[in-house]
Design a protein around this ligand. Structure first.
Ligand code: 1HE
Length: 258
């Protein structure tokens, strides 16, 4: 029987996906990607938001180098772009994902985290892109997504020099949006995911699927797509959410409390 190395749980409307290969620091083997794909597919069928976390001390050590070494010996290399469909499903769908980070968030692990819409790092988290050290390149969409998050200069620095960033440095470099105390990233990610799950699905879809695409087109085309999206999501329960505010049935935006 195949060992379970990705756990799946549905908590209310939130799919909780756990990377569960602690002995290998959640290194991304073909089997782990296969199980992750199945979990994300299931999340799409039944959840309104998702969380991806590690069940142990490290989020993810990146590509399974032992498996790669084995394939190099036999000449059976991983097909290029084989992670893309899974990571793309996380990145651009109606189900937004929050990645809860801890410990090593390295190489393909950072690429996976970059596919989520929100990253919460606890203070044990460190970010690295050691691909050049291993003589390989990013392969999980990091050239697009991670670069877009942190910018070319920072990514080139990390890749060329092996520079490692702490959680706080990662936040300043835009690799994560929240830094929490050690052991708290899953709790914070769940709290955020529950909040996200209460949004209209169509609006979440527009944020996840349309905003990044608008980034890819011209200013004018972006404005046009924005108008199209606005028109296409009109209807449904949007009127109720608006009138609820006008009739004082729903909360106001409050100043942030420390
Ligand atoms: C692994 C992997 C892995 C650990 N593939 N087996 N990624 C890297 O270059 C990161 C490589 N890993 C590390 O630097 C460290 O292992 C960690 C910082 C993540 C954790 O250190 P530590 O001291 O807690 O654990 P460890 O003793 O180094 O590793 C524990 C076991 O996990 C050990 O196996 P064991 O059988 O000897 O016990 C390690 O071999 C195994 N392990 N990381 C396979 N990555 C296609 S594009 C994406 C390209 C990339 O992702 S490049 C980055 C690859």
């Amino acid at each position: 029987m195949t060992e379970t190395i990705v756990t799946y749980d549905l908590k209310n409307d939130v799919a909780v996906i756990g990377l569960d290969r602690p002995a290998k620091r959640n290194a991304l083997s073909d089997e782990l990607i296969r199980q992750l794909n199945a979990a994300v597919t299931q999340a799409h069928q039944e959840a309104k938001a998702g969380v991806i976390h590690s069940t142990s001390a490290h989020f993810c050590a990146g590509l399974d180098l032992a498996q790669l070494a084995e394939k190099m010996k036999t000449g059976k290399r991983r097909k290029r772009g084989s992670w893309h469909p899974t990571f793309e499903m996380i990145a651009r769908s109606e189900v937004p994902f929050v990645a809860a980070l801890n410990g090593a968030c390295i190489g393909g692990g950072l690429e996976l985290a970059s596919a989520a819409q929100i990253r919460v790092a606890d203070k044990s988290t460190y970010f690295g892109l050691p691909e050049a050290t291993r003589g390989i390149f990013v392969g999980g969409g990091g050239a697009v997504r991670t670069q877009r998050l942190m910018g070319y200069a920072r990514m080139a620095d990390m890749m060329l020099t092996g520079r490692v960033l702490t959680a706080e440095e990662g936040e300043r470099a835009n690799l994560c949006q929240y830094v929490v105390e050690e052991g708290e990233s899953l709790n914070k990610a769940l709290e955020l995911a529950e909040r996200i799950a209460s949004n209209r699905g169509m609006v979440n879809w527009a944020i996840c699927a349309a905003l990044p695409r608008i980034n890819d087109v011209s200013h004018e085309d972006g404005l046009f797509i924005e108008s199209l999206i606005g028109a296409s999501i009109a209807g449904g329960d949007d009127k109720k959410r608006v009138t609820d505010f006008v009739e004082k049935k729903t909360g106001r935006v409050k100043p942030k409390e420390d």
